[in-house]
Design a protein around this ligand. Structure first.
Ligand SMILES: [Zn+2]
Length: 213
C-alpha cells in the first residue's frame, strides 16, 4: 500500500533533497519499493545547479571533458555542469575550451541515434553520460552502446539515483544511492517478492511521475 511521502537529503550535499514515496511501483522493466521524485533536481534552477556542482567536483583538474550527453530529461543539469567545468581556474583542461551538451534521438525501436551533424562532437571526444536513474541498467547500457558505436571516449557516468555502483564495468557516480533509502527494493517484475507476497501494485511509473492503479 502506498504510504506517506518523506524528504531525504543527499549525504554529499544537504542542499539537494528528494521526495520519496514508499509503495509498490512498476517501471518499464522492474518493480520497486519506493518512488523517487527527481523532478525538482531536474527542473529547479537552484537545485539543478547544486547537483551540477556536486558532479563537477568529481572531474575538477583531472579529466578533460568535451561533451555531455543528457539522458532522461537531465538537460538543465547538463547545462549547469558544463558551466561549472568551464569556470576559469577550476578545470585547467577546459579553460578556453568548449563543451557540447547533447541529447540523442530515440528511434521507434528504442535505439539511440545522433544526427550526422552532431557526430563530430562524440567521435574521439571525452564524453560524460548524465542519467536520471541508473537503477535499472537498461538506459545506461543503451547509452553506452550508442557511445561506443559513435566512437566516443567515456570519462564518467553520472546519475541522480543509482542502486548499482557500476554498469558494464563502468563506475556510476550518483547523488543518491539505495543506501540512502531505508528498505529500498528493486527486482525484475517476474521475480518481485512483493508480488509473490500478494501485494498488488499501487502505481505505474511514467516519465512524468506515476499513475495510481
Ligand atoms: Zn511487484
Amino acid at each position: 500500500m502506498m504510504q506517506e511521502s518523506y524528504v531525504i537529503s543527499s549525504p554529499m550535499n544537504p542542499a539537494i533533497t528528494m521526495k520519496v514515496t514508499p509503495g509498490h511501483f512498476a517501471t518499464s522493466n522492474s518493480h520497486i519499493s519506493h518512488y523517487l521524485d527527481v523532478s525538482t533536481l531536474r527542473t529547479s534552477a537552484l537545485v539543478a545547479r547544486e547537483v551540477a556542482r556536486s558532479f563537477a567536483g568529481k572531474f575538477l583538474t583531472s579529466t578533460e571533458v568535451n561533451t555531455i550527453i543528457c539522458m532522461e530529461n537531465t538537460e538543465v543539469i547538463g547545462a549547469y555542469l558544463a558551466e561549472e567545468l568551464l569556470k576559469d581556474g577550476l578545470m585547467v583542461f577546459n579553460r578556453g575550451a568548449e563543451i557540447r551538451v547533447m541529447t540523442p534521438i530515440q528511434s521507434v525501436g528504442g535505439q539511440l541515434i545522433f544526427l550526422p551533424s552532431a557526430r563530430k562532437y562524440i567521435e574521439g571526444r571525452n564524453v560524460i553520460l548524465l542519467l536520471s536513474s541508473a537503477s535499472s541498467a537498461k538506459t545506461a547500457s543503451q547509452a553506452l552502446e550508442c557511445l561506443t558505436y559513435y566512437g566516443g571516449r567515456l570519462v564518467g557516468i553520472l546519475a541522480l539515483f543509482s542502486a548499482e555502483p557500476s554498469v558494464l564495468g563502468h563506475e556510476i557516480f550518483s547523488i543518491f544511492t539505495d543506501a540512502d533509502i531505508d528498505g529500498y527494493y528493486s527486482a525484475r517484475a517476474e521475480q518481485c517478492e512483493l508480488c509473490k507476497a500478494g501485494h498488488g501494485l499501487d502505481a505505474i511509473v511514467t516519465n512524468r511521475g506515476y499513475t495510481e492503479l
